[in-house]
Design a binder for this molecule. Structure first.
Ligand code: DOR
Ligand code: ZN
Ligand code: ZN
Length: 430
């Protein structure tokens, strides 16, 4: 058997436990898993002794921007950042300029991304104003739909139920930014936190989940932040299992104290919360109530962040910090590596129906992230591939990092360097 790539002496998760063996790759696929010894040869052999090989990470919440906002990030820089962070698939959010709300825009985005992407890229779409555009958007390959509080097609107009039903009919999940529409009037950080309070999240979660239940669609709640929301989802899941939710590393690791200390750079929507919220997020994550960790990579120019709290843009980059931050938590005993694989690879593939990804199995795509659990480092935004060279985690010490990122059998990143040609990634069409 001629192989393109053979990863030897790998420890990897397989059917619920970590096993030791060799992973054989040909034509972008995992063709064979060998337990014990293996006499195969390959064009490229990687010795993964003392490393762990994970199914490539899938980040379901990424703002790659590009188009009219390519000054913030573009498909190349954003996906280089993903590969540098050990992420092999990203789902791009539709709040772009122009908006992603038609088959035409989606087609244009796919074409543009094809030549620039370093990892697999799937696209969200907004709901279109004309309901008959929905099948066309799906035909063009949208992975899922996304609803924002300010959307004209949000539940406020009364048109949401039909759109949820339509998404459900086509088997597409609907993701929501769970905040009510608010008047963004504030001058201080305290006022900002008050305007975007946990009540605003909670009441949006209630409305969206009720609407989803009525339409019998799969609802994915993005970046949940509060204890109250977590407790509600815990009960809801018992009666309506077609709901999933995600949490970001920043909502797991930072509180309002951090934004009060550092100011607008840490402005993000939804905002950072209290310690007791963090505790409940961690508990829910470990108990399986929270299904996914996603970065909500939201790059802006530094100058757009260095403004008053009311004028600063919300969000910050996350692709290059998520995995290291979370491996540090594995080392600290706060989450198991097994659970991390579920929330960073397996569940994202399941929820968003991304075929042949999220697991290390024969026949699956050769998307693999090789990590060193013991490697120590410091978060240094100057070294980011993202155009957004700042981070709320700047200077944090981490233990555990990605060493090699393999996308469809191609080694894209090694020791922090992007080594594959531009466009080595691919566009997902489900
Ligand atoms: O902080 C945020 N930034 N939250 C969002 O919902 C949008 C995002 C962005 O696009 O910048
Ligand atoms: Zn959001
Ligand atoms: Zn977002």
């Amino acid at each position: 058997m001629t192989l393109d790539l053979l990863i030897r002496n790998a420890t990897f998760p397989w059917r619920g436990q970590f096993v030791k063996g060799n992973i054989a790759v040909r034509s972008g696929k995992i063709v064979k898993l060998f337990r014990g010894s293996c006499t195969e040869t390959a064009e490229r052999v990687i010795n993964a002794e003392n490393r762990v090989v994970l199914p490539g990470l899938i980040d379901v919440h990424v703002h790659l921007r590009d188009l009219e906002q390519s000054y913030k990030e573009d498909y190349h820089t954003g996906t280089c950042a993903a590969a540098a962070g050990g992420i092999t698939t990203v789902l791009d959010m539709p709040n772009t300029r122009p908006k992603t709300d038609s088959a035409e825009v989606l087609k244009f985005k796919k074409k543009l991304a094809q030549g620039k992407a370093m990892v697999n890229v799937g696209f969200f779409s907004l709901f279109p104003s004309r309901i008959d555009e929905i099948p066309k958007i799906i035909e063009e390959g949208a992975v899922a739909f996304k609803v924002y509080p300010q959307d004209p097609e949000s539940w406020l107009t009364g048109s949401l139920p039909d759109r949820l039903k339509s998404a459900s009919k086509f088997g597409k999940p609907v993701a929501v930014h769970p905040e009510e529409k608010v008047k963004d009037e504030y001058n201080t950080i305290q006022q900002f936190l008050q305007v975007h309070s946990i009540n605003i999240e909670f009441s949006a979660v209630i409305r969206y989940t009720l609407a989803a239940e009525r339409a019998q669609c799969h609802l994915h709640l993005c970046h949940i932040t509060s204890k109250r929301t977590v407790e509600y989802i815990r009960t809801l899941k018992a009666s309506y299992p077609r709901v999933s939710c995600e949490v970001t590393p920043h909502h797991l690791l930072l509180t309002r104290k951090h934004i009060e200390e550092k100011g607008s750079l840490l402005k993000v929507l939804p905002p950072l919360r209290e310690n007791e919220d963090l505790e409940s997020l961690w508990l829910a994550l470990n108990q399986g109530i929270i299904d996914v960790i996603a970065s909500d990579h939201a790059p802006h120019q530094k100058s757009e962040k260095e403004k008053s709290i009311s004028d600063a843009s919300p969000g910050f980059p996350g692709l290059e910090t998520t995995l290291s931050l979370m491996l540090t938590q594995v080392n600290a005993g706060r989450i198991s590596l097994k659970r991390l694989v579920e929330v960073l690879s397996e569940n994202p593939a399941k929820i968003f129906k991304i075929k042949s990804k999220g697991k290390i199995e024969e026949g699956y795509d050769a998307d693999l992230t090789i990590i060193d659990l013991k490697a120590k480092g410091k978060i240094n935004p100057d070294s980011f591939y993202s155009k957004a060279k700042y981070s709320p985690f700047e200077g944090w010490t981490v233990k555990g990092k990605p060493i090699t990122t393999i996308v469809n059998g191609v080694v894209v990143m090694e020791h922090g360097e992007i080594i594959a040609p531009k466009g080595a990634g691919s566009v997902l069409t489900t």
